[in-house]
Design a protein around this ligand. Structure first.
Ligand code: ADP
Ligand code: MG
Length: 186
């Protein structure tokens, strides 16, 4: 993995998974070998967004084959490992850390130019674990929406990333045209 890029935000629903899918697709469309790792264990949406929900990764002894979307884009998500779309993952933090380690070490990613990591909202275990466990973490893309409460939490994400000494390579204000003046929110 030459470049690992984290996609995170303070709030849920601001567009992290959408940005991750678009970023990974754009890089792979430029001929780069790209992995897309869905680390939102409690709401793994990447397979649905790529219409690969029904796929099951092949497990060969200690190697898990990621789902190949194209010749240059592979995906791994907890959603592939759950029996159905309504089954929740009920884990404590240490289990998640083990799963993240396995997604890095035991998935047969091949040689990747980029690994794009879609994270759950906030500055919790998953973000901390991937920042510590992944090699070559080059930077983070922070996603927010224009609402004050989303920006407030995005600032926390920036500080969290700076604390980990990871460069912030971009801040995306998503859904800029969708603010809701009738609800009195600016
Ligand atoms: N720019 C956008 N315009 C319209 N809908 C969007 C946009 N970005 C995201 N969405 C939609 O908003 C919802 C939440 O996005 P998602 O990427 O799942 O957010 P997150 O991963 O931060 O929880 C999804 O239904 C997604 O399709
Ligand atoms: Mg998401």
């Amino acid at each position: 993995m030459k470049h690992v890029i984290l996609v995170l935000s303070g709030k849920g629903g601001v567009g992290k998974s959408t940005v991750s899918v678009n970023l990974a697709s754009a890089l792979s469309a430029h001929g780069r070998n790209v992995g897309l790792l869905d680390l939102d264990f409690h709401g793994p949406n990447i397979p649905k967004m790529l219409s690969i929900e029904g796929q099951k990764p092949a497990v060969l002894v200690h190697r898990i084959e990621p789902v190949h979307v194209t010749g240059t884009l592979s995906v791994m998500s907890m959603a592939f490992l759950l029996p159905d779309t309504s089954t929740p993952v009920v884990w404590r933090g240490p289990m998640e850390r083990v799963a993240i380690q396995q997604f890095l070490d035991e998935v047969n990613w091949g040689t990747l130019d980029y690994l794009v990591v879609d994270l759950p909202p906030g500055t919790g275990d998953e973000a901390l674990s991937i920042a510590q466990l992944a090699p070559n973490v080059r930077g983070a893309v922070i996603v927010t929406t224009p609402q004050d409460v989303a920006v407030l939490d995005a600032v926390k994400s920036v500080k969290f990333i700076e604390k980990l000494e990871i460069p912030v390579i971009g801040i995306i204000e998503n859904m800029s045209g969708m603010c809701c003046p009738t609800a009195g929110i600016s």
